[in-house]
Design a protein around this ligand. Structure first.
Ligand code: KG4
Ligand code: ZN
Length: 335
């Protein structure tokens, strides 16, 4: 394979452009976060996000070319996030990608954002050894997959209500910490000596391994009513108690899935995978199973376009091409 693919990501509040060689080697990974814009609203405002993508994209394409030391004429393909995400935000990236593919007469890959979060584990590193168990923990998704190869997925578990990242964000809001909550809760929890206490865990009465985080959010809210946070120590301990519960929730389901199958790797992706406590927790687990933990560096866990360009290049190499009639889909499965 000798490919050079430009990737575009605009599904939520990060505008990102990347250039990836041969589906794994990242030459440029430019990200413009809109977090500061949306922070004042306590969450992402879709129309504001779309407009900002439109403004940022042309500059990011130039910056990515400069960083990679390549130009339009060197590209062999264009990849873009087509699903899932905010419809207006997706359409900005998809329209730009279609325009580039048409103008440059290049093949287009329409990539699923969640599949790309898993594929990120293969960027700038060794190929994944399959079969693998895949865990996606992002702002909108919490899922476990059986992965026999790229493109061969079976959904094993998903969330019934909130996603893991959403739980971090909502609890941070309850605690008056602002948006996005994950990094702030992690920072506070790290300063607490409490690595053990946790809230009551969610159990599915139908015996599935599905996740549920909305009860945990309610538990934190009740705890705040009962024992209002008085000082920084209280705040740190509450953050730790919440995070400990999330680690147990995720960890127990991953453990059950690993026990039920024969996997050679555990792939973890999505913004919550930036969390060092989660990485350590899963690292101990994969160590005890004697399998590889494949969790990318934080820059490839949170939203980025390198994962889009990488997966897009892989799909193009497999003959999977999108055409100019491809539409953006806010909710869609890839498995
Ligand atoms: O994958 P991502 O960047 O965007 C989506 O596709 O949703 O994930 C964003 C989510 C947010 O909910 C954010 O609070 C969470 O990832 N997050 C974290 C950490 N860093 C980001 N959650 C826990 N600990 C972190 N260090
Ligand atoms: Zn994401």
């Amino acid at each position: 394979m000798n490919s050079l693919v430009l990737g575009i990501e605009s599904s939520c509040d990060e505008t990102a452009v990347a250039v990836v060689r041969n589906a794994t080697q990242v030459l440029a990974n430019e990200v413009s976060s809109q977090v500061d814009t949306h922070r004042r609203y306590g969450g992402v405002v879709p129309e504001v996000a779309s407009r900002q993508h439109l403004e940022s994209l042309p500059f990011l394409v130039e910056a990515a070319f400069q960083k990679a030391g390549v130009g339009y004429g060197d590209l062999t393909g264009i990849a873009v996030t087509a699903a899932p995400g905010l419809i207006g935000a997706l359409l900005v990236g998809l329209s730009a990608a279609k325009g580039l593919a048409f103008r440059l007469d290049l093949p287009l890959a329409a990539v699923h954002h969640i599949e790309a979060h898993l594929y990120a584990a293969q960027l700038d590193t060794e190929p994944i050894v399959f079969p693998a168990l895949g865990l996606v923990v992002s702002g909108g998704h919490t899922e476990i997959y059986d992965i026999q190869d790229w493109g061969k997925y079976r959904l094993l578990a998903s969330t019934r209500d909130d996603a893991a990242g959403e739980a971090f964000d909502k609890v941070a809001k309850l605690m008056g910490l602002g948006y996005p909550g994950g990094p702030m809760i992690e920072k506070l929890a790290k300063l607490s000596p409490d690595k053990k206490s946790h809230f009551t865990r969610a159990r599915m009465s139908d015996g599935t391994q599905d996740f549920s985080f909305s009860g945990l959010k309610t538990a934190v809210s009740l705890e705040l009513q009962k024992n209002p946070v008085q000082n920084e120590t209280d705040q740190r301990n509450l953050a730790a108690k919440f995070q400990n519960t999330v680690l147990l929730e995720i960890g127990s389901r991953v453990q059950n899935a690993l026990e039920a199958g024969t996997y050679k790797s555990l792939i973890v992706g999505g913004g919550v995978a930036c969390n060092q406590a989660l990485r350590d927790h899963l690292g101990k687990m994969t160590g005890s199973f004697g399998i590889d933990l494949r969790v990318p560096p934080p820059k490839y866990c949170s939203d980025n376009a390198a994962m889009i360009a990488g997966l897009g290049a892989y799909q193009l190499s497999q003959g999977k091409r999108a055409d100019l009639s491809t539409t953006a889909i806010p909710r869609a499965a890839f498995y």
